[in-house]
Design a protein around this ligand. Structure first.
Ligand code: ZN
Length: 190
């Protein structure tokens, strides 16, 4: 990893830098990745993203490789085991939300053919341009949040959805000056 590149201010430390450089804001159309990020973002509420990233492989192990079919079928015994797993975020409401959200995710896949189709039915096919102001929500995240909640998803407020849209590249919010800012054309600064 290049240490000398100018990056978004939040990308501090090796874990966050690697995530920033290789994943954050990269347009994702693969339902496996879209689901993984949805689950992780829902667990992030009230915590730092660094905490979630540092536990990510523990989440992957504990949640059956982020397989929504398996997670949708979790019973109380499995939830109790997850609550005893110190490697993840042990919050009953969030774990129960993961199970409910997996069921909603599968239902959306059934209705739209893929979760990507659903997501881009709101967003259009191109990454949304964003202004220079720092945002935590947008009309797009408001609309998707409302629809996800209507479908029964939990921990999907507009701030969480906006963070998700940034992560999976529906919006590109690399800061001006970051080497991945859209005007930077991927070149190192200077
Ligand atoms: Zn950046």
């Amino acid at each position: 990893m290049r240490q000398d590149k100018p990056r978004c201010a939040w990308a501090k430390g090796p874990l966050m830098q690697a995530y920033h450089d290789t994943e954050w804001g990269v347009p994702a159309r693969d339902d496996g990745r879209l689901y993984e990020m949805l689950l992780l973002e829902a667990f992030q509420a009230g915590l730092s993203w660094h905490v979630i990233l540092s536990k990510r492989e523990n989440f992957r192990r504990a949640f059956d490789g982020f397989d929504p079919h398996k997670i949708a079928a979790y019973d109380e015994a499995k939830i109790a085991r997850l609550l005893g797993d110190a490697g993840i975020v042990r919050c009953r409401r969030k774990i129960e939300a993961a199970v409910v959200n997996a069921r909603c995710f599968l239902e959306i896949q059934r209705q739209f053919g893929s979760f990507a189709n659903y997501l881009y039915s709101f967003a259009g096919d191109e990454p949304q341009p964003s202004g220079d102001e720092v945002r935590t929500t947008s009309p797009l995240s408001d609309a998707i949040s409302l629809d996800l909640k209507r479908r029964g998803m939990r921990y999907m407020g507009s701030v969480t959805v906006y963070s998700y849209l940034q992560a999976v590249g529906v919006v590109n919010d690399h800061e001006p000056g970051c080497f991945l800012h859209r005007d930077g054309t991927g070149q190192a600064g200077g």
